[in-house]
Design a protein around this ligand. Structure first.
Ligand code: PMP
Length: 420
């Protein structure tokens, strides 16, 4: 993490040019409770740039048709836009082939697809699945259900006081019984960035398959699935400035080929009789029914937008903002940051002495500042730190130091309210 002092306090002088970027996001032109919107709930969902909103509007106004079905002009346009987004995501993740990208509703559905299709086919009683103590419920519950159904055993990598995974404990958990490892790339509750490449190498040593939950990582870090050598990688469009209800699952072609369909119906077939159905080839085998066409197109526009800014520049700017925010928060008395990993994305999870996180969030909301308070769909993480909840400010590239300053002022106000 860089020294925040090395950075100018004026966001206009950063390589990213945040003042200009903010104009791309129509939502920032409004006030909330009479105050300029300060949006620090980016880990829950991100705001959408005009380029994404326009792509959705343009699609419905001029290009709308079903995909892969009609032999007419609009259907061909819609199909080519839909497939072009797949190629964008392939390049974005550096997957070998576009057929390795499956459109799903989001990270949750991607994980469920793998747990159901791969898990139920290849796991059996006595096999072991390893997850980590930092997981979002989406990367816990599907594996629990799979364990109940197959008799496989769920093991959990423990977490240090800083919020880092204990790799020596992971090493101890791995054995020839380990058949699957599912781990988050970046924790939504604490911001920890896990050493996934190492985790994958260690799992592969035992011939176990690995799924990486990239829901929080892809908006902030460049991801290369070939370099990571993960077997599966999932993310959600709405966390990377795209629409809700769309996301992607990357899977190695050989594995996806060897997996049965997750859902069935139109588009996932090549031939149907009452006696037998032949399934379609990849990726269509896993895309039953009319897909979220405008979502796919909007996601493609979001990825173009992010790549236009440059993920390396985004990463640098957000690191600086995190360092600035961390220092500012720690300057307040009675505040404790939960999650102090060395490798950390732009999430500030914190507690304030004597004040419930929900009260903090409610008071901040009246100042136009949106943060999250609660267990962040990661109850085991809260339990690990002996807390019912934290307050969480999750940052994005359109946030500024000025907004962090506003947060700090508002937190001082919270302290005043609870003094009386
Ligand atoms: N994993 C992580 C780490 C997340 O932060 C989230 C969303 N908060 C999910 C999975 C689930 O994403 P979605 O609800 O978009 O499917």
């Amino acid at each position: 993490m860089k020294n925040p002092k090395a950075v100018s306090s004026d966001s206009r002088t950063t390589a990213l040019g945040t003042d200009k970027i903010r104009k791309d996001f129509p939502i920032f032109s409004q006030n909330i409770h009479g105050k300029p919107l300060v949006y620090f709930d980016n880990a829950a969902t991100t705001q959408k740039p005009r380029a994404v909103i326009d792509a959705l509007l343009f699609y419905y106004q001029t290009q709308n048709a079903n995909v892969h079905r009609g032999i007419h002009y609009l259907s061909e346009i819609a199909t080519s836009l839909y497939e072009a987004s797949r190629v964008k995501i392939q390049r974005f993740l550096n997957a070998r082939e576009s057929k390795e990208i499956i459109f799903v509703r989001g990270a949750t559905e991607g994980i469920n697809l793998v747990a159901h299709s791969y898990g139920r086919t290849y796991l059996k009683r006595g096999d072991e699945i390893i997850i980590s103590g930092l997981e979002h419920h989406s990367n816990i519950v599907p594996w629990q259900i799979l364990s109940e159904q197959t008799g496989a055993v769920l093991r959990v990598i423990p977490v240090s006081d800083k919020g880092e995974l204990l790799l020596e404990e992971y090493e101890r958990l791995l054995s020839k019984r380990t058949k699957f490892v599912a781990v988050g790339h970046m924790s939504n509750a604490l911001g920890t960035i896990n050493p996934v490449k190492k985790i994958i190498q260690m799992a592969h040593h035992w011939n176990a398959r690995v799924l990486v939950d990239g829901a929080q990582a892809v908006p902030h870090l460049p991801v290369d699935v070939q370099d990571l050598d993960c077997d599966f990688y999932v993310f959600s469009g709405h966390k990377i400035y795209g629409p809700t209800g769309i996301g992607a699952l990357y899977g190695k072609a050989g594995l996806l080929e060897a997996m049965p369909p997750y859902q069935s119906g139109g588009d996932m077939i090549s031939y149907v009789t009452f006696g037998k159905t032949l399934y379609n080839t990849l990726p269509y085998k896993f895309e039953a029914g009319t897909p979220h066409i405008e979502g796919v197109i909007g996601l493609g526009a979001a990825i173009d937008y992010v790549l236009g800014l440059g993920l390396d520049k985004i990463e640098t700017y957000e690191r600086e903002l995190l360092a600035y925010g961390t220092k500012a928060l720690l300057s307040l008395p009675g505040i404790k940051i939960i999650g102090t990993a060395k490798e950390k994305g732009c999430i500030l999870s914190f507690v304030m002495d004597g004040v419930h996180p929900h009260d903090i969030a409610t008071i901040l909301d009246r100042q136009g500042i949106a943060i999250r308070a609660g267990h962040h769909c990661a109850m085991p993480v809260m339990e690990r730190f002996g807390l019912p909840a934290t307050a969480r400010a999750s940052l994005a590239f359109y946030n500024t130091r000025g907004e962090i300053d506003a947060l700090i002022q508002a937190l001082k106000h919270v302290r005043e309210v609870f003094k009386t």
